[in-house]
Design a protein around this ligand. Structure first.
Ligand code: SAH
Length: 279
C-alpha cells in the first residue's frame, strides 16, 4: 500500500461497528484472536465502505443502487496517491467510467482538491453519482458528469474541444461478456469453498463488468483513441489487471511514439498496476 494511504494499518472493525451497528452482524474472529469482517458478504463490504466514506471523508450521503460495483476504498486510494506522485501539479482529472460510487472523484477532491470530469455509459450509475454530488455540498462545482453514448468510445464524444486534463484515470471493465463474468465469479467461489450470499462480494452487474473484447479490448481502444487527444491530456493512465497485456501495450505506445510507464500497486497479496503514457 502507498505510504500516504490512511488505511495502511488496516481497520479497527470493532470501532467501525460502533459507528455503523449493522456491521456487527458481519464481524468474525480470526484464528489469532483479532476481529475481521466477512468480506464474502456484499452487504458487509458495502457497509464498510459507506462507513469509511462518511467517517473519514465527511460525506453526508453515499448510497449505491442494489447490485452496483462496491469499490474497496484502500485500493482506489492507492491509485489516487500514485497519480499525485506522477503529476504533482495536477488540478483537473478525467475519470473514465466513474461508476455509481463516484469513488475516484470523491477521493481526489478530498485528498488533493482536484477537479473532475467523470464519464459513464450506464444511466442508473449516472443517476446515483448525481445524487451523491447533490447531497454533498463540497463536491458541487468540483465534479462534472458526462454521459458516454457509445460504449465502444472512450474519449470521443465526451472530451470537448476546449478541455484540458492534467491526467486521465480509469478502472476498466473487465470481462468480455456477461457470461464470462458470471463464470469467473463462480470459479472464485468454488476455489474459496464458500457459497456466496449474493452473486459477487464486490457487487457489480452486467454492463459494469464487461465490455467488447474484455479488458484488453477496452485498453486497446483507449490507447488508440488517446493519440487524437494528445493535446488535451497531460498523462493518460489506467489500471491494467492482466500483467500479460503490458507487452502489447508497450508495442502500441512505441508505434505511437508515446512515453510509457508502469507503476506497480500492491494490496495485501493482490498485485496490480497502472499503465501511464504521454505524448
Ligand atoms: N470507477 C469505478 C467503476 C469502475 S467499473 C470504480 O473504480 O469502482 C467500470 C465502469 O466503466 C462501469 O461503471 C461501466 O459502466 C463504465 N464504462 C464501460 N464502458 C465505458 C465507456 N466506454 N465510457 C465510459 N464508461 C464506461
Amino acid at each position: 500500500m502507498h505510504s500516504r494511504n490512511r488505511y495502511l494499518n488496516g481497520h479497527d472493525f470493532s470501532a467501525l461497528a460502533r459507528r455503523e451497528p449493522r456491521l456487527a452482524a458481519h464481524l468474525r474472529p480470526t484464528p489469532d484472536g483479532r476481529i475481521t469482517l466477512d468480506f464474502t458478504s456484499p452487504q458487509a463490504v458495502y457497509l464498510l465502505n459507506r462507513t469509511l466514506l462518511l467517517r473519514d471523508y465527511n460525506l453526508q450521503h453515499w448510497d449505491l443502487p442494489a447490485g452496483k460495483l462496491v469499490p474497496p476504498i484502500p485500493g482506489r486510494l492507492d491509485y489516487i496517491h500514485a497519480l499525485a506522485d506522477l503529476v504533482p501539479q495536477a488540478e483537473n482529472i478525467l475519470d473514465i467510467g466513474t461508476g455509481a460510487s463516484l469513488i475516484y472523484p470523491i477521493l481526489g477532491v478530498r485528498e488533493y482538491g482536484w477537479r473532475f470530469v467523470g464519464t459513464e455509459i450506464d444511466d442508473k450509475s449516472l443517476r446515483a453519482a448525481r445524487a451523491i454530488i447533490k447531497h454533498n455540498s463540497f463536491l458541487r462545482g468540483k465534479i462534472d458528469l458526462r454521459q458516454q453514448d457509445w460504449p465502444g468510445k472512450i474519449f470521443d464524444g465526451v472530451v470537448r474541444r476546449d478541455d484540458y486534463f492534467d491526467a486521465t484515470i480509469c478502472n476498466p471493465p473487465f470481462y468480455a461478456s456477461a457470461a464470462t463474468a458470471a463464470a469467473a465469479s463462480q470459479k472464485k467461489w468454488d476455489k474459496l469453498g464458500v457459497k456466496p450470499a449474493e452473486e459477487r462480494s464486490f457487487g457489480g452487474v452486467d454492463r459494469e463488468l464487461w465490455t467488447e473484447g474484455g479488458e484488453v479490448g477496452f485498453l486497446r481502444r483507449m490507447l488508440g483513441e488517446s493519440k487524437n487527444f494528445a493535446k488535451r491530456v497531460g498523462w493518460f493512465t489506467t489500471l491494467v489487471s492482466q500483467q500479460g497485456y503490458l507487452d502489447d501495450a508497450r508495442q502500441r505506445l512505441k508505434a505511437m511514439r508515446a512515453e510509457g510507464r508502469v507503476i506497480p500497486l500492491r494490496q495485501g497479496n493482490k498485485a496490480s498496476r497502472i499503465l501511464a503514457w504521454k505524448f
